[in-house]
Structure formats: C-alpha cells, structure tokens
Design a binder for this molecule. Structure first.
Ligand SMILES: Cc1ncc(COP(=O)(O)O)c(C=O)c1O
Length: 362
C-alpha cells in the first residue's frame, strides 16, 4: 500500500548528518555538554558576525529570550504590545507579572500600528513589545521616537526576524533588546533555542548571570536568575545549519516567490515594509471571511495538506488577560488568515497542487 505524503505547514531542516556527527564526536571527546561550552561560544561569535550585531547571548528558547529581556531591563507595570502574535509574546509578559495592554495592528502590514501605541501609553507603561510579524519589519524609527518621547524601553520579539535588514543594517540593532527564536521550525534553528541581541554593552553581563541562575562567579549571586542555557548539542546543530544558510534562504525564496506570483491579486497578502528586506520565512493568505477560510482549509486538508491558522486566536481574547480588551483588526485578521506550507524541501509540483486547490475553492 503506498503511503500518503502529508504536507505540513513546515518541516524541520536537517543539515548534513556526517558534519553533525563530527561535532558530536568533539563533544564526546571533551566531555563538555552544557554551561557555556566551546560550541555555544563558537556559535555566538559566528552569529554576531553573520547577523551584524554587537552583543548576542544564546539561550534555551525564544520564550526564555523574552523573559530574560524583561528581567535584564527590570520591566515592571504595563507593556504595550501587539495582539497579533504567537502566544509566547503575551504569556511571557504575564508570567513575569507585567500586564499587557494591546495596541491594535495595521491590518495591511499585520504589525503593531505606531499610532495605536501612542494611544495605549499611560503613566504605568514601562516598555513597548512589538513583533516583526512573519519577518516583516516594524516601523522601527517611529517606535524609537515614541519610546524616547515617553521614556520607555523597547523589546522586539524578533522570533521571525532572523537576517532581516532595515535601511541597510540588521533590524535586530533597533530597540533595547531583540529576542530571537531558533526553534526547529524557524529559518535558522538549533532544535530548541533562542538569542538576545543587546544594544547597551553595560547590560550584557547582567543578562549572562540571569540565564545562569543569577550566578556571577562561585561566590557571588547578585541577581535573581533562572536556567535558560543552551547546550552543546543544540549549538552543534546551529553551527551545521549556519553553514547551509545561504542555500536554505535561496530554496525558501523560490517557494515564496511562486506563491507570491500565483496568488497575488487572488487573495489578500501581507503588505511589506519597503525599508526592510524579506527573509521568506512564512507565506500567509488572508481570505474574505472566516467561512471562506474554513472552506480553503478543508479543501487543502482533504488533499493531505495542512495549512495553519497562524496566528489564531487573537491574543486580546485570551482568558487570562486583565483588563479585558478588544482589538478589532487583530480579531478580524486572525479569523481569516492561513499560513501555507513553506520549507526548503517543498517540491514545485506539491506547491502547484496547493495553489490550484486554493484557486479552485476561492
Ligand atoms: C512571534 C513568536 N514569539 C515567540 C516565540 C517563542 O519562541 P520559542 O518557541 O523558541 O520559545 C515564537 C515561537 O514560535 C514566535 O513565533
């Protein structure tokens, strides 16, 4: 019996196995498996160079990167953030005792709208937490100005923004801290993993204690910390994936461009920031209404193709949000958006099939 091939929304990129084994041999030879090992340090140096950033700290995952960012900057009180993101953007705030106040998105770019940020700021606001949604650069200069005018910190959830440039330099250099995710589904990954990009050099040492229980040295524990360390096996995966990143980017770009060419004018697409580059990590279609979204989703699932309602639900609707809030653009978009399969190994014929199912059901 022939096995039906399922097409999921994403598929983890696995690099050359022999190369990974060489790193594993290295780990076994020196016996150093975690606690700021040589491969973690090597990956930090290579990523800083590749991304064009000054200070990078590798951590266990993107959620931990956000949480360490809040603690590094001593964030208390209220955060102005976007309701249209993955749940970790909001849940990481709530876990750290910070109350999210949402500023609705621009329904075209899907990013937080700077004019709504201004309206959401109060005396108790201490930070703005925007997200470069699907790698689409936020209006970083406008956000920087708002933060300056109101004496606020800016922490970018840059989980999707690996290798995105804004006006010729890394978008990760904007704001006080950017938090990246290197989860297995991401463009660049370390199985589980993440990173903090820190603008102010004087905060780097504190962030390093915080990921290691607050320990500065054997006799000094100056901060309340946690355990958010990346291990050597994860760093080895990152080193292997980084060697192949140009190829991964080219393959993703090819898939992205076919979707863009074939679906442009047929469905709504995210409007991209003209000042920032694309990393071709995701491709979303926005349908007319929820009914049409369910119809397309079902038609694809019937063909063993699994798009994802990403992001859904809108984060202002989460049960644990207090005070209750209602962000109409985010709620509307989250009900009629679908993420299409996008990964390097997706074949052209699979992609043509996906596109024809969508076109036949519009
Ligand atoms: C926008 C966004 N923020 C945060 C995260 C959390 O990252 P991680 O899964 O590495 O904890 C993700 C993860 O997928 C994400 O998409």
């Amino acid at each position: 019996m022939s096995k039906i091939r399922m097409i999921n929304v994403t598929k983890t990129y696995l690099p050359d196995k022999d190369k990974y084994k060489k790193y594993i041999d290295e780990i076994f030879a020196n016996g150093w498996v975690t606690n700021n090992g040589p491969l973690v340090r090597r990956l930090e140096r290579r990523l800083a160079d590749y991304l064009g950033v000054k200070n990078i700290i590798l951590v266990a995952n993107g959620t931990a990167a956000l949480e360490i960012a809040y603690r590094t900057l001593d964030i208390k009180g209220y955060a102005v953030t976007t309701p249209f993101s993955f749940v970790a953007t909001t849940s990481s705030l709530v876990t750290n005792g910070i109350k999210p106040i949402f500023a609705d998105i621009n329904p075209n770019t899907l990013n937080i709208d700077p004019k709504n940020i201004k309206n959401a700021i109060t005396k108790s606001t201490s930070v703005i937490v925007p997200v470069h949604v699907f790698g689409n650069g936020c209006e970083v200069e406008e956000i920087e100005q708002i933060a300056k005018d109101n004496k606020l910190k800016v922490i970018y959830d840059a989980a999707h923004a690996f290798d995105v440039q804004y006006k010729g330099q890394s978008i990760l250099n904007y704001g006080d801290i950017s938090a990246l995710s290197f989860h297995a589904t991401k463009l660049f990954h370390t199985i589980e993993g993440g990173a903090l990009i820190i603008t102010d050099d004087s905060l780097v040492e504190k962030a390093r204690y915080l990921i290691n229980f607050g320990i500065q040295n054997k006799e000094s524990i100056p901060e309340l910390g946690t355990n958010a360390k990346m291990n050597e096996f994860e760093a080895a995966m990152g080193l292997c994936v980084l060697d192949e990143i140009e190829n991964i980017k080219t393959m993703r770009k090819e898939v992205y461009e076919i979707y863009n060419k074939e679906l442009y004018g047929i469905v709504e697409l995210q409007q991209k920031n003209e000042n920032s580059t694309l990393n071709h990590s995701y491709f979303q279609i926005i349908l007319k209404n929820e009914e049409q979204t369910f119809k397309i989703q079902k038609a694809l699932i019937d063909e063993h193709i699994f798009p994802r309602r990403y992001f859904f639900p809108s984060l202002d609707s989460l049960s644990y949000i207090e005070p209750k809030q209602f962000m109409s653009n985010s709620r509307d978009i989250s009900r009629r958006i679908l993420s299409l399969p996008l990964y390097p190994e997706l074949t052209k014929s699979e992609q043509i099939h996906i596109i024809s199912v969508i076109k036949d059901n519009i």
